[in-house]
Design a protein around this ligand. Sequence first.
Ligand code: ADP
Ligand code: MG
Length: 851
Amino acid sequence: MKNSIETDEHTKQIPASEADPKTAPKGTDSILFDVEGMHCASCVNNVEKAIKKVQGVEDVTVNLATEKATVSYRTGETDTTKIVDAVEQAGYQTRVETLQFSVKGMHCASCVGNVEGAILRTPGVKDVSVNLATEKATVRVIPGTINPSKLVEIVQDAGYQAELINEVDRASQTDRQKKEREQELNSIKQSLMIAATFSIPIFLIEMASHFITPFHSWLSASVGMQNLYYLFFVLASVVQFGPGLRFYKQGWPSLRRGTPDMNSLVMLGTTAAYGYSVVATFFPQVLPSGTVNVYFEASAVIVTLILSGRYMEAIAKGRTSESIKRLLSLQAKNARIIRNGKEMEVPVEQVQIGDTILVRPGEKIPVDGEVVDGDSYVDESMISGEPIPVHKTKGDEMVGGTINKNGSIRFKATKIGADTVLAQIIKMVEEAQGSKLPIQSLVNKVTSYFVPAVITLALLTFGIWFIWGPDPALTFALVNAVAVLIIACPCAMGLATPTSIMVGTGKAAEMGVLFRQGDALQALRNTDVIVLDKTGTLTKGEPELTDFEVVEGYESNKILQLVASAENRSEHPIAEAIVKAARDKKVELAEADDFNAKPGFGIETTVNGTRVFVGADRFMTQLKLDISHFDEVRDHLTKEGKTPIYVAMDDKLVAVMAVADPIKESTPAAIKELHQLDLKVAMITGDNEQTARAIANELGIDEVVAEVLPEDKANAVKQLQSNGRKVTFVGDGINDAPALAQADVGIAIGTGTDVAIESAEVVLMSGDLRNVPNAIALSNSTIRNIKENLFWAFVYNIILIPLAAGALYPAFGILLSPIFAAGAMAVSSVFVLGNALRLKRFRPPMKVVNG
Ligand code: ADP
Ligand code: MG
């Protein structure tokens, strides 16, 4: 990627006149941070509600699968600390990271107070302790919201010297995330092992005595049923308050706040079964005769099964985030910097802007920067998708995470930490993975009523069986109510969309397609028309001067010199082509004054006292010049797909030139594939109508809108959108930004300008248009996958809740034991996750070098 990507502002950068309601006002910022302790869709709702209540928060998206929250907020009104506090008050945890700084220049307790105060006021900081004796500050921050070097600056602004000593847990981000996943996995595994060890004996004895009558007789004769119950009580208690304690810890607070979640359901269900059994074991006299039964096997096995479901979920979740891991692994760990004339190796977090960094052959470029010295080829394929190493020498940009090939190079760090291109890409992918699709808002509405509804339903089930049920009514009532509580956990529903989005956007990133906004994943598949910008998108954007004809009586070299001198001030690709042609011919360029670029028309300027005009035919017409002299030449040029450029001097037409911009090799195949997907393909360009038609014909493009002024591109898109057609616009230039914003989906070319990237929802890392049909195909597959997941998650509940409530009992005598309910519930989550992981096998229809 040539330019950095700004993702702080998700809002589209479009002129105010065209602003749509999606556009946030100035002074909005966004953070992305980890939220721990969410287990179901209703937890997601709880966290979202809590954050939304914070004054100044504009938009919240919480994702269950990535366990991340994305919040955009107005900077004046709130800060990250308040937002994070709200999450914790709602009963969930955010991940914190501990940083340690050495602080010099403190002499007394009030200095300590100053430093602490300054750090604490920084958004993203949770707490700080400064030690005067050791001259150290230990700061706990919310990862992702603040850069260590920012804290150094803040302490320096307060009048002290600070330096990051190390990140206390030392591990880089990749390792840390891996470690955390492993810890979570291990803790669940341990709980599961204990739960299984203590549940299996109860389960086996219970089942055996149930089905094998002689065994039952032998048991009651030798051990005695009452003694057996005591044994069960001991075993079940270990499960209930050992591994099962987590359900109380998480379920009780949320139940008390009136926002019950999945843990509350498990807690209620198992407590009911366990509690009833305790009463039946120790105080059988309080129960009506015939209802003295124990369900220790139910409470213990439910805990075990739910834990095994969680364990499998944790494994699967780890696999959904592999693409982020791949990106994270691109980050360098260390950098060799030159400070005070000394060469030293430091962790990459300690590199500061302006540091000189030395990179040897084969090493990774640690941060972004600008070459000051040396000469080498750099493999940038991981960032740009361009497989051929790029030559770098003084003044060239370096991108962190890319690999230096053959030469030694010195460069100055210009961007570090969260500002580097790689960090921005990672943030972009994380945000897309964490974003919500329109399809999900319905799911959310359903699940927010779901858990309370289930509790009500369980109570109803209990009541109905208790009043009208057969004897022993209390037993039936209890067992069925517990089954309802357990079966109805909306776990699969909560996982259905986010897991597919994670795998889908991750897969996209692997293909070189970055979704800046997850909505595009859903919107892309509805595309009717693909609109392509011509220059730089369909074509290489590197035109060459091919023809040059002058009016009789003028000397062509003289005119080329004037034109090239004039164009030297312009940044248009056409200008570059003309200047390059002149340089190749060793033409000396002169100074141009009074330069004036007329976007969409051409340029005018003064060279050596001569007024020079260069531009399109409409520019000449505007100048009231007669261009019919070159009509024949023009027809000939445009038929070949070349762009005619007219030159006038002091109000006289003197020459016509032509530039041709070669079409990218990948373009024809991409357009064919788009047609195969039954899409209309249109082209918008500022270029000459005939030239545009010639190129469109060659490529089989269906609709052409030519000679469009830059400011009218968005209008042209709007026109194509009439009749409700959904338009996806692909472009690269600054002048494409309004069109990218206007389109239903904007796709920017990653090698294009920052402005275009900021206005787009999707970024193609390389300029290869074959990734457009690939992205559409992926969008189709992902949404289909989500629908499958939702179907199974809902069908499972719709069928099994009545079954658990005992609806089939009166007619068929069928009841669902709570144990089967727990098994089914675990299976449904695992099923959904497994289905989402199938997306990993998605094969893009078209091969792109980037792979
Ligand atoms: P596009 O992005 O499709 O090339 P532009 O709006 O940038 O469209 O340019 C439209 C036309 O204006 C060009 O095809 C060319 O004829 C003319 N033009 C614009 N800038 C220049 C320039 N610097 N020199 C010569 N012609 C120019
Ligand atoms: Mg362009």
